[in-house]
Design a protein around this ligand. Structure first.
Ligand SMILES: C[S@@+](CC[C@H](N)C(=O)[O-])C[C@H]1O[C@@H](n2cnc3c(N)ncnc32)[C@H](O)[C@@H]1O
Length: 317
């Protein structure tokens, strides 16, 4: 993609030790300057991890990026100096000071929508063919097409935790099991629940998500894929009585910590010969998650590992 016009947007990126990030972000938020367009911060996943973990049990990176978008280069340079002056006295020692760096670059005049489409080719995962509406042509023969566009809810199929679930759902299809009632907890875009409804059109599919936006996106995607499913807003089972059924298949691609917390709830709502698919956990978190499920008499029967992500299939002992 060419940069035909100057974008007039500059990215000022700071590398900051984790311990200074919150203070720095607060400071930047209070700089009342019209040239600042937005601020965001996120982990530098290439930096070594700390001993501490976040709410979901993931180790926190030692270095964070703080990105400040500014629409005036001169002002950006001034802001860079001002922030460096602010950070210096906060450092406990030279080692901390050495970890701070910053650079200023002009932001490309990129067509993000086009870029997103190019980077999202259709993919075949197990029995499923996942594609966005920008893809032309027919789905491969014998595949189950899932039309899912990149949107404001998680689950376009390109994340390993979603692919792992689709691969395990495909194994359930191969085993000729016909689940009558299916729950997709943490449905995001609705991709997994929709996949199940397409695989077992006679089954009843219930989906839930803690985010209202995901409920909206799942509902729209279900319409787009012409399937009839129920979608509710709920945190686990706590906010909706409508989820209180016995399920033959429960799928949850959430994160290790909520998966552990939901072990008992899932067990209570699983049919005698039911199947649970768990995802959203890193392989190193597998033993901890399994401990919670084993104590509910649920055992691992199959597993898909993609890079560092594990998707687990469990059944009753
Ligand atoms: C990793 S995304 C998975 C989305 C989709 N199911 C997929 O496989 O791509 C996790 C989703 O779970 C939702 N979530 C997280 N904790 C939850 C909870 N306790 N109850 C319900 N939904 C939850 C999040 O809002 C998010 O949409």
């Amino acid at each position: 993609m060419t940069n035909e016009y100057p974008s007039n947007l500059f990215q000022l990126r700071f590398n900051v030790p984790h311990c200074l990030t919150a203070e720095m972000v607060q400071y930047v938020e209070n700089i009342d300057h019209p040239s600042i367009q937005s601020i965001c911060f996120f982990e530098n996943e290439n930096s070594p991890s700390l001993e501490i973990t976040d709410d979901n049990g993931f180790p926190i990176s030692s270095i964070f990026f703080v990105d400040i978008y500014v629409n005036d280069q001169k002002q950006a340079l001034k802001i860079q100096t001002q922030i460096n002056e602010f950070l210096k006295p906060l450092c406990q020692n030279n080692e901390e000071l050495d970890k701070i760096s910053s650079n200023l670059v002009e932001v490309d005049n990129t067509n993000w929508l086009e870029k997103c489409y190019i980077e999202m080719p259709a993919q075949t995962i197990g029995k499923f063919y996942v594609f966005g509406s920008h893809i032309e042509g027919e789905a491969p023969q014998d595949s189950i097409p899932l039309e899912i566009n990149a949107a404001t809810a998680f689950g376009s199929g390109d994340h390993q935790s979603t692919s792992g679930c689709l691969a395990l759902i495909s194994k359930v299809i191969e085993s000729n099991i016909q689940p009558e009632k299916i729950l997709d907890m943490g449905c995001g875009s609705g991709i997994l629940g929709i996949a199940c409804k397409k695989a077992w059109p006679d089954g009843k599919v219930v989906m839930a998500d803690i985010e209202h936006e995901s409920v909206k996106v799942s509902t729209n995607n279900a319409i787009q894929n012409k399937v009839d499913v129920e979608v509710f807003h709920s945190e686990g089972f706590s906010s909706s009585d409508q989820l209180d059924h016995i399920y033959n298949l429960i799928i949850a691609n959430i994160l290790a910590k909520p998966l552990c917390e939901l072990a008992k709830d899932f067990e209570q709502r699983l049919s005698k010969d039911g199947t649970i698919i768990l995802s959203g956990l890193l392989t190193r978190q597998k033993e901890e998650v399994l401990k919670h499920y084993n104590s509910q008499n649920l055992i691992l029967v199959d597993e898909v590992i993609i890079n560092d992500w594990s998707s687990l299939m469990l059944k009753r002992k």
